[in-house]
Design a protein around this ligand. Structure first.
Ligand code: ADP
Length: 192
């Protein structure tokens, strides 16, 4: 199954993707994780991305597309993947669409995890205390939410227009949200 998870920072994409990966037996591809690995490795790309990420801004589309193309060419994606953190703007959505068509693996599902903003802020604050991510400081969080509203939210419309969007309520216990996701991905679910 080829699936993209959409949702604001703090919506729970990463957490749910880790569980869905076990359920669906396909790899979880998180562009945030891929970038953080580059930063940790101190690669050229990582050095370029580090400051941009810490500010809560978007790393360049060209870097992301190259990284993604590379990742999708690995054999473990033959039966599908869960994409998390990409596309984050309309240019990325178009590029991904073209890339997947070119490799004969068009997207099957786009699932939006819907969570109200107040709760997003609360969750990220909790995560900041627990994990100490460099971009979970208040200023960067504000910037990421702003970037999400202005650049990433239109991507939801993109998938709606392509008839691929399913919206799932992301409020509730982890298990509860997970079951909603599994249900939304079952063949009998409404896609609209
Ligand atoms: P979150 O969803 O909590 O914001 P991610 O781990 O998905 O966190 O992303 C962290 C940061 O990595 C983003 O704020 C951005 O700087 C960078 N990043 C991740 N994915 C992309 C992307 N598709 N395009 C541009 N930058 C990205």
């Amino acid at each position: 199954m080829r699936l993209v998870l959409l949702g604001a920072p703090g919506s729970g994409k990463g957490t749910q993707a880790a569980r869905l990966k076990e359920h669906l037996q396909v790899p979880h591809i998180s562009t945030g994780d891929l970038l953080r690995a580059e930063v940790a490795a101190g690669s050229k790309l990582g050095l370029e991305a580090k400051e941009v990420m810490a500010r809560g801004e978007l790393v360049s589309d060209a870097i992301l597309l190259g990284m993604l193309e590379d990742r999708l060419s690995r054999p473990d994606t033959a039966n599908g993947f869960i994409l998390d953190g990409y596309p984050r703007n309309l240019a990325q959505a178009d590029a991904l669409d073209a890339l997947l068509k070119r490799i004969g693996q068009p997207m099957e599902y786009a699932v939006q995890l819907e969570v109200p903003t107040e709760l997003l802020v609360e969750r990220i604050a909790g995560r900041a205390a627990a994990e100490g991510r460099a971009d979970d400081n208040p200023e960067s969080v504000r910037k990421r939410l702003e970037v999400y509203d202005s650049q990433t939210a239109p991507v939801i419309e993109f998938y709606r227009q392509h008839g691929q969007l399913t919206v799932v309520d992301g409020v509730g216990a982890l298990d509860e949200v997970f079951h909603r996701l599994v249900e939304a991905l079952s063949p009998t679910a409404d896609v609209g």
